[in-house]
Design a protein around this ligand. Structure first.
Ligand code: NDP
Length: 480
């Protein structure tokens, strides 16, 4: 008979927390409780990957009538109805949330629809007033989007808000150049919104392979996204307030800020001033300027759990915090912020703590995709990172794919391999193409197995496909 209410108490019902809870209960026979203050499924299912991907699908139909006509179809351009789409989207999210609840129920996990905070290394207090004890506590509270610290930032929306817009704006300014900014620039453009994007750096998608970044930026501009690099905003305000002379007065003089003007929840047109001095009004401003781990007010530091500079929980290779009974997985640890990684971390935690098989999390060679149009699929090192490490050969080809070339579209794709000169191992693979996310999953298996360039060479091409180029590049385009 345990001295605790539970063997494991999980805080957070997102992808990582739900997986750890149900595997610990279902496979390891642990007594498990889980608290979720919002909706089951977390960021990925409710306000991230899933609704985003459905919006990607919705937006991709935009160019189909034009292409279909080139293939001989007598087909008219249509129009997109946001109300119909968002109704279907919400029904689907409700269904998925119920699937997540069902998975927990089926594994025998007790669910608490409440916020939980830590009281001591084995105790959590719930917003319902209950106090619960557990031998192990797993924090899987994820992260949230953050607005930049600038006057009037509350006038803008963040990615969570996109799925609840009552109607699509006619124009939007997207601030940022990361995954979320670029994906939503393409989605909203596809849905018919006039998209302007400001990114403060020289090229979008910092950290990815430079050639891939360049091709995506070019494709986004070609499709009509007004992308400005080296540009940021210095101030935003409700457009009506900005009318008149006062809008040219210095920011300090107007003392404009979140608290003073209370613009939270504002949903009218937004006036913005850019770093180059330009001023413009947009129906909406979307801040896609990064995310922050959800650790505020949880009592973590008081217990001795170490937090990093971004508020993330510091853990070891087994996801254990400085307090031995408390573990953390997923975005709240700010390691690699991707759903499948959080799930892996949850599985490794259960393996380590409940199955007696200490399992560190393997964060090496994680394939991932950015769902821009065209998509970017990537695994391993960029050319820039690889050449800093060792001598490499670069194999790359860029071409117009058959399907869209036939329809006289300028779209180009890129297939690129980074190969170690010394070991011949493929260190990185970068694909910019429709369906690149699907392709990179499979290339990821070979690269994770340590495939060499010669292994790629002896694999027969699948013809005619775009991805066959990945096994038919004979000569390096350069060495570095
Ligand atoms: P990122 O960290 O990828 O991008 C944030 C962007 O905002 C960067 O371009 C950054 O610029 C810019 N930025 C940050 N602060 C400011 C500021 N004060 N003013 C102006 N610009 C600013 O965050 P995201 O929110 O796009 O995504 C968060 C994470 O979510 C990703 O890292 C990824 O792990 C995950 N994700 C994964 C997806 C996928 O797998 N397809 C999709 C969406 C999210 P700079 O580059 O100069 O720092």
């Amino acid at each position: 008979m345990s001295a605790f209410d539970y063997d494991l108490f999980v805080i957070g019902g997102g992808s990582g927390g739900v997986r750890a809870a149900r595997v610990a209960a279902g496979e390891a026979g642990a007594k498990v409780g889980l608290a979720e203050e919002s909706r089951y499924g977390g960021t990925c299912v409710i306000r991230g990957c899933v609704p985003k991907k459905l919006m990607v699908f919705a937006s991709e139909y935009a160019h189909m009538p034009d292409e279909a006509r080139a293939y001989g179809w007598d087909i008219a351009d249509g129009s997109f109805d946001w109300t119909t789409f968002s109704g279907h989207l919400n029904t689907e999210l409700d269904r998925l949330e119920e699937v997540y609840r069902g998975l927990l129920r089926g594994s025998g996990v007790d669910m608490y629809d409440a916020r939980a905070v830590l009281k001591d290394p084995h105790t959590v207090a719930l917003s319902t007033g209950e106090t619960i004890t557990a031998k192990h506590i797993l924090v899987a509270t994820g992260g949230r989007p953050v607005r930049p610290d600038l006057p009037g930032a509350d006038c803008g929306i963040v990615s969570d808000d996109i799925f609840h817009l009552p109607e699509l704006p006619k124009s939007v300014l997207i601030v940022g150049g990361g995954y979320i900014a670029c994906e939503f620039a393409c989605i909203l453009h596809g849905l018919g919104v006039e998209v302007t994007q400001y990114y403060r750096g020289a090229q979008i998608l910092r950290g990815f392979d430079e050639e891939a970044r360049g091709l995506i930026a070019e494709a986004m501009r070609e499709r009509g996204i007004d992308l400005h690099t080296g540009t940021n905003i210095v101030e935003a305000r409700p457009a009506a307030e900005a009318e008149g002379d006062e809008m040219t007065a210095p920011v300090e003089a107007r003392q404009f800020g979140r608290a003073e003007h209370g613009t939270e929840g504002y949903d009218g047109p937004v006036w913005v001033k850019a770093t180059n001095g330009d001023t413009k009004v947009f129906d909406r401003v979307l801040f896609a300027t990064g995310r922050k781990p959800n650790t505020d007010g949880m009592g973590l530091e008081d217990l001795g759990v170490e937090l990093g500079r971004n508020g993330q929980i510091v853990v070891d290779a087994y996801s254990q915090t400085k307090v031995p009974s408390i573990y953390a997985i997923g975005d709240v640890t700010d390691r690699v912020n991707l759903t499948p990684v959080a799930i892996r971390e949850g599985m490794a935690f259960v393996e380590t703590v409940f199955k007696g098989n200490p399992t560190p999390v393997d964060h090496d060679l994680i394939p991932s995709a950015v769902f821009t149009q065209p998509e970017l699929g990537t695994v391993g090192l960029s050319e820039e990172a690889a050449r800093d490490q060792e001598e490499v050969e670069i194999y790359a080809t860029s071409f117009r794919p058959m399907q869209t070339a036939f329809a006289q579209k300028p779209d180009r794709v890129l297939m690129k391999l980074i190969v170690s000169k010394a070991t011949r191992k493929v260190l990185g693979c970068h694909i910019v193409a429709p369906g690149a996310g699907e392709m990179i999953q499979l290339a990821g298996v070979a690269i994770k197995m340590g495939a060499t360039k010669e292994d790629f060479d002896r694999t027969v091409a699948v013809h005619p496909t775009m991805s066959e180029e990945i096994v038919t590049m004979r000569q390096p385009v350069r060495t570095a």
